[in-house]
Design a protein around this ligand. Structure first.
Ligand code: ADP
Ligand code: MG
Length: 442
């Protein structure tokens, strides 16, 4: 029995309306991270926000918690606009900065000190939170004496001790090993289902699809560049949910379909398109090694897939997390080695040829596609060809990319181009001198 069934008839606890968030880049331009984000959270709900690294999920949570206001739009909590850290909204992070010189109890009490709760009450509530989250007997332990999973439990206790209406969770299980994460997740769900948690609703940020389908009443699929809610998927399976249940697998499949519906980096239409001018070099490339790309092409080519595979199945087989699988799938699409549609990956003629080819043929094919379909690679090669020295510092391209993207994205994009260019022997790169050259290529 779920004591905390979503109460959809009640007024929302949280209403995020048209939230946009931009940061100023070093060159003075705006980096738009969130664009027109809308969501509500009602009593009794666990809502999942599923998106990739860098899509703005943490930025959104910070806005909701009142830690860093949106550039435009409003966050309403209990009908009031949030403009400073809101009481009643607590956050669980991927990992907590626990104070090493404070005991578990003292670390948990920190959550209450700002609220001016009297000492005996503070101690009582902290001990309750510690018991609840399964740390009974460890009140006097120091963080260094605890395992990673137990330290994360201290973090949960610190958030729960304030009895928040809303618990925001930012990838709370992703720093833990698989088994520890599973245990903590199911403990959390049990407590939630029994109505034991002193909270009314949860917003869970994750990039783990199984975790999202396991825990949430509905999922919001978050797109990247800029971050916005692209679609919503209700999960109406009773708890506890079993990962091998066909209905569970069908929902996983559906999430994959939604998440691959529009590849990142695809030209956008509408008023924002001027942020992606026609030169085409301004596309952020997520780093995927040529090994991962090669492995994926080979796997999809092999029986029983023979050139077409279900993404969730291949992800599991190749032990790829969403954060690796989707960028790899996009890279293969960008290079025209594969197409992704309806949650399936299908190799193109070139993709099949690659998978079946010998090393040298593969490199030649990769080189041709790299130059043809990845404008930045063509650009780097052209610059090197034209210069008498046939060398160019990395900074030259970094500066150019920074007109289009944030510093970290530019760094990653260059890293990607360097590794793909090296693999295909389209150009060389000297790590010490931080310079491209045509040294190795014939
Ligand atoms: P996620 O949590 O989905 O991985 P984040 O919200 O952490 O994504 O970051 C989204 C984007 O916003 C990234 O490109 C990041 O570099 C940028 N960003 C986040 N915070 C800041 C900041 N304070 N200043 C500049 N850029 C930022
Ligand atoms: Mg984050």
């Amino acid at each position: 029995m779920n004591a905390t069934a979503p109460q959809l008839n009640l007024a929302p606890l949280l209403d995020v309306h048209s939230v946009c968030k931009s940061f100023r880049k070093p060159d003075g331009d705006q980096l738009v991270v969130l664009e027109d984000v809308n969501l509500t959270l009602r009593p009794g709900e666990i809502v999942g926000l599923l998106g990739r690294s860098g899509s703005g999920k943490s930025t959104l949570l910070r806005s909701i918690a009142g830690l860093d206001g949106p550039t435009s739009g409003v966050v309403n909590y209990l009908g009031q606009q949030v403009s400073a850290p809101a009481r009643g909204i607590a956050m669980v992070f991927q990992s907590f900065a626990l104070f090493p010189w404070l005991t578990v109890l003292e670390n948990v009490q920190l959550g209450l000190e700002a609220l001016g709760v009297p000492e005996p009450e503070m101690r009582k509530r902290s001990l309750q939170a510690i018991d609840l989250i399964g740390l009974d007997g460890f009140e006097s332990a120091y963080p260094r004496e605890l395992s990673g999973g137990m330290r994360q439990r201290v973090g949960f206790a610190r958030a729960l001790v304030v009895h928040p209406n809303i618990l925001l969770m930012d990838e709370p299980f992703s720093a833990l090993d698989v088994l520890t994460a599973e245990t903590l997740r199911s403990d959390f769900l049990d407590l939630w289902g029994e109505g034991q948690l002193p909270i009314k609703a949860v917003l869970l940020v994750t990039h783990n699809i199984e975790e999202a389908v396991q825990m949430c009443d509905r999922l919001l699929i978050f797109s990247s560049n800029p971050g916005r809610v692209a679609s919503e998927i209700p999960i109406d399976l009773p708890q506890p949910r079993h990962t091998q249940d066909p209905r569970f697998r069908a929902l996983i499949e559906r999430v994959y379909v939604e998440m691959t519906a529009r590849p990142r980096g695809e030209p956008r239409t509408g008023p924002k398109s001027e942020r992606f001018p026609g030169t085409g070099i301004g596309t952020t490339l997520t780093h995927v090694s040529s090994n991962v790309l090669t492995g994926l092409l080979e796997a999809v080519n092999e029986p029983p897939y023979n050139g077409k595979a279900d993404l969730p199945v291949i992800a599991e087989e190749q032990h790829l997390e969403v954060d690796e699988l989707f960028p790899a799938a996009e890279a293969l699409q960008l290079l025209r080695f594969a197409e992704v549609e309806g949650g399936d990956m299908k190799l193109t003629e070139a993709g099949l040829q690659f998978a079946r080819g010998e090393t040298d043929d593969r490199k030649k094919l990769f080189a041709r596609h790299l130059i043809t379909y990845v404008p930045l690679a063509a650009h780097v090669r052209r610059v090197l060809d034209e210069r008498a020295s046939h060398t160019a510092p990395k900074s030259r391209f970094f500066d150019e990319l920074e007109d289009y993207m944030a510093e970290d994205a530019a760094e990653q994009t260059l890293r990607t181009i360097i590794s793909w260019g090296r693999y295909a022997e389209v150009f060389a790169y000297d790590d010490n001198r931080q310079a491209f050259s045509l040294e190795n290529p014939a």
